[in-house]
Design a protein around this ligand. Sequence first.
Ligand code: GLY
Length: 368
Amino acid sequence: MLLQDRSKPLSVNLPGDRSYGIFFDDLDRLTDVMRKASVRPGKVLVITDTNVAGHYRGRLDALLKNDGWDPLILTLPAGETTKSPKHLQAIYDAALAWKIDRQTPILAFGGGVVGDLAGYAAATLLRGLPFVQVPTSLIAQVDSAIGGKTGINHEEGKNLIGAFHQPKLVFVDPKLLFTLPRREWHSGLAEVFKHALIRDEAFFAWLEASLGNVIARHPDVVPDLVYRAASVKAGVVSRDELEHGERMVLNFGHTVGHAIEKALGYGVMTHGEAVILGMKAAILISRRFHRSLDQARVENVLNQVPLSPIPAALSLPEVREAMNADKKRDRSSLRFVLLKRIGSSYVTHDVGEADIDAALAHALGRPF
Ligand code: GLY
């Protein structure tokens, strides 16, 4: 049992008046919570996608209207390609044609793609609109909706155009996760394990002990899991909003994970599937520096998350090439997040080429 009081909102503590709460409640309570966070009825531009709209559009529309809101709901195609200049322009066009003003909030009702895109529209329209995050995927509820990173993709790569724009509140209803496709649940678990591994050993032990229920998305474990994983993110962002230091540890597993996604072509493996492989690589490297790290224990947990098969066409040189392209963009040597032990992580540039090659081969189950 995880001892935590989930009735308390989490908070992201930031300078000035930019702190905000992460509220865990039934979707029907959204408008009450918005009022409490001083987001008051009027026009609201809701951005969602076809998957989420299929389940919840009518319910959200009625909820907002019953509380005196005047919603305009823009339903965009589901999928990563929606995080594009074209769909950003569609939001600008709809918002300006509808005569929004600087008090009109944008409400993101969806997963990471919707949150990032809607957030960037909110950051840029009329030099900044109030923004409300109502995340509906596991990745979004524990990670991407928290912390104010917004943006769109460019042909050159993911998230290359963006801004920090913090929401006024994040509203999380873990019950929405029960309509998520199974593959998306398993993929989201990557970020949950990531949060436990980088900062919360007791959470890792709980995930390990409850693993069957965690993987099966059992209702007894879902709310605790979401709350605890989100609390790690809220703490990290409160200490380092703009990623000058500690926030970089949230990229655990992502140096290799991003490169795998890029080498395969986006959408072949999910982000979370690639991050699980990236974490296995980072754990092998960590173990070279920290012999007491229990690699077998961590891998035993990660190996039980069902993943789609690694495509045979994925070539190690292509993954290395994708890693080097990211390195050039950062004007530095490759950056890895490593574990000293479960729950304790740090960033380093000091990983040798041979260690990286061995770790990649290990993660992808290839000979070295
Ligand atoms: N998802 C990583 C971050 O928000 O910093």
